[in-house]
Design a protein around this ligand. Structure first.
Ligand SMILES: [Zn+2]
Ligand SMILES: [Zn+2]
Length: 116
């Protein structure tokens, strides 16, 4: 990869999330656009992302792991032969691809390969 990604952080005390680039450190003061006030960085979040190796599908889900996985599975179900990789932050979490469908049918089974 090597591409730079804005980093998602949770703010204190309002608990809003926001993206910053470059990434602030925990304890930094940053401006919360939702509160229109200064807040403290509580924690930086390793964001869930998916990307397809075979087309330009690429999405970011913040903390929403469930939705990231669901979308990956839906994508490989719709596009036979595509492989979707799931990242948490910069860590490769899993590869999702459809089982070989019978000719003329939609794939109905998936397998998920979790890498070490
Ligand atoms: Zn806020
Ligand atoms: Zn695809």
């Amino acid at each position: 990869m090597g591409e730079r990604q804005p980093v998602m952080v949770l703010l204190s005390p309002c608990r809003h999330s926001a993206f910053f680039d470059p990434a602030p450190l925990r304890g930094d003061e940053v401006y919360c656009r939702k509160c229109e006030d200064w807040r403290m960085v509580m924690v930086t979040v390793a964001e869930w992302r998916i990307r397809c190796r075979n087309c330009h599908l690429s999405h970011r889900y913040g903390e929403d792991e469930t939705n990231a996985r669901r979308t990956a599975i839906r994508h490989v179900a719709r596009f036979a032969g595509h492989t979707v990789v799931i990242f948490q932050g910069d860590r490769l979490d899993a590869e999702v691809k459809a089982a070989e469908p019978l000719p003329g049918t939609m794939p109905d089974r998936y397998h998920t390969v979790t890498l070490p």
